[in-house]
Design a protein around this ligand. Structure first.
Ligand SMILES: *[C@@H]1O[C@H](CO)[C@@H](O)[C@H](O)[C@H]1NC(C)=O
Ligand SMILES: *[C@@H]1O[C@H](CO)[C@@H](O)[C@H](O)[C@H]1NC(C)=O
Ligand SMILES: *[C@@H]1O[C@H](CO)[C@@H](O)[C@H](O)[C@H]1NC(C)=O
Length: 343
């Protein structure tokens, strides 16, 4: 009796020591992560609260990577002390999947790329970065205006393709000036509304002339001067048709809506993401700047330019599984692309 009680005690204290050691190394990981990400907390209570979230996320990431049974990897990044809910509310860009009634008012009918035949090379893969049509990855920070970044990237793309000039364009102009076109600043918006605005405003100026402020300004600073790119209209890609999306992407970068709510999406580090944990409730906007087939056997993917800085994913990009409707791509809100002279 005495012996077993003693052994039980020993076991309990061993387990406690192991748990404390695990805690200690998690504390060390959190401290290291805080230093790497320049994170400071306002007080000890906030730090303890954030540590708990960090620990839970890291444990989920470690379990996921240890299983090693997926075509993608997760890792700690600047979002790792946020819960999934906090992450969605801060870093995506509101849209609940229903299409507003005025949405496509200015859209041009048809789908101009439907019969364009692709070269053998382009049917294998396209990467608009290699062709100089994609600016550096930007960072929307905690303003839910992914829609402005997606719209600007699509215009940057078609502008480079038709003029041979790559110019970084102003998301802040879209953020400050397109509210009356249906966008809601940092609470979300749509690329279609942004294209309507750019059409009405007579163009969009450069990033450097009207730089990003991470919040919506109280007034629109665009006066009509300093236009760097114009559009002549936009079209949509038919819904639920990833082949049609490829037809469009082979010709220019395209704005798309997706869902970006899951732990896996938040902590995505690289590989072909299969959409695990994504529901069909669209809440984010990105730009498709290519597609291809993964050399490591992960299958076909879309090359997605995100607006969460270079530290997330593959230097700011995600390769998202193609052909399976992953993360709601092409599901209920149509991808859209602007045109300029030829549309
Ligand atoms: C680990 O840290 C958490 C949060 O600070 C604390 O609540 C818990 O008691 C610690 N566990 C151990 C075994 O030290
Ligand atoms: C979804 O969006 C529509 C249009 O903006 C709005 O009327 C509706 O209330 C929203 N529904 C939810 C559940 O948020
Ligand atoms: C594509 O081809 C079909 C069948 O010939 C035709 O009806 C359609 O108008 C064409 N689309 C475009 C954009 O040219």
């Amino acid at each position: 009796m005495a012996a077993s009680a003693c052994c039980l005690l020993l076991l309990v204290s061993l387990l406690a020591t192991t748990a404390a050691a695990a805690n200690y190394s998690m504390v060390a990981r959190h401290e290291k992560w805080m230093a790497e990400n320049g994170r400071k907390y306002k007080d000890a209570a906030e730090k303890a609260r954030r540590f708990k979230v960090f620990k839970a996320n890291v444990e989920r990431i470690d379990r996921f990577n240890a299983a090693g049974d997926k075509t993608y990897r997760l890792g700690a990044n600047k979002f790792t002390d946020l819960t999934d809910e906090e992450f969605v509310s801060r870093y995506t860009g509101y849209s609940n999947g229903s299409v507003p009634s005025t949405f496509g008012a200015k859209k041009l009918p048809g789908f101009m790329y439907e019969n364009v035949s692709l070269s053998e090379g382009d049917s294998q893969g396209v990467d608009w970065r290699e062709r100089g049509a994609v600016t550096n990855v930007k960072d929307q920070s905690t303003c839910g205006c992914c829609w402005a970044f997606s719209a600007a990237a699509a215009v940057e793309g078609i502008h480079q393709i038709t003029t041979n000039e790559l110019v970084s364009l102003s998301e802040q102009q879209l953020l400050d000036c397109s509210t009356q076109f249906g966008n809601k600043g940092c609470d979300g918006g749509y690329m279609q509304y942004s294209f309507n605005y750019i059409l009405a405003a007579g163009g969009i100026t450069t990033e450097s002339a009207y730089p990003y402020q991470r919040v919506q300004g109280s007034t629109c600073q665009f006066t009509g001067e300093g236009v760097a790119a114009t559009i002549s209209g936009y079209q949509e890609v038919p819904l639920k048709d990833e082949d049609a999306l490829a037809q469009a992407v082979a010709n220019q970068p395209v704005s798309v809506y997706i869902t970006a709510g899951s732990l896996q999406f938040k902590q995505y580090m690289g590989g072909v993401f299969t959409g695990d944990g994504c529901d069909q409730n669209l809440n984010h906007a990105v730009t498709v700047v290519g597609y291809g087939v993964d050399a490591a056997g992960g299958g076909e993917y879309w090359l997605i330019k995100n607006s969460w800085g270079m530290q997330w994913g593959e230097q700011g990009y995600m390769r998202l599984q193609k052909g399976q409707g992953a993360c709601g791509i092409v599901s209920t809100l149509a991808p859209a692309y602007p045109g300029n002279t030829y549309m």
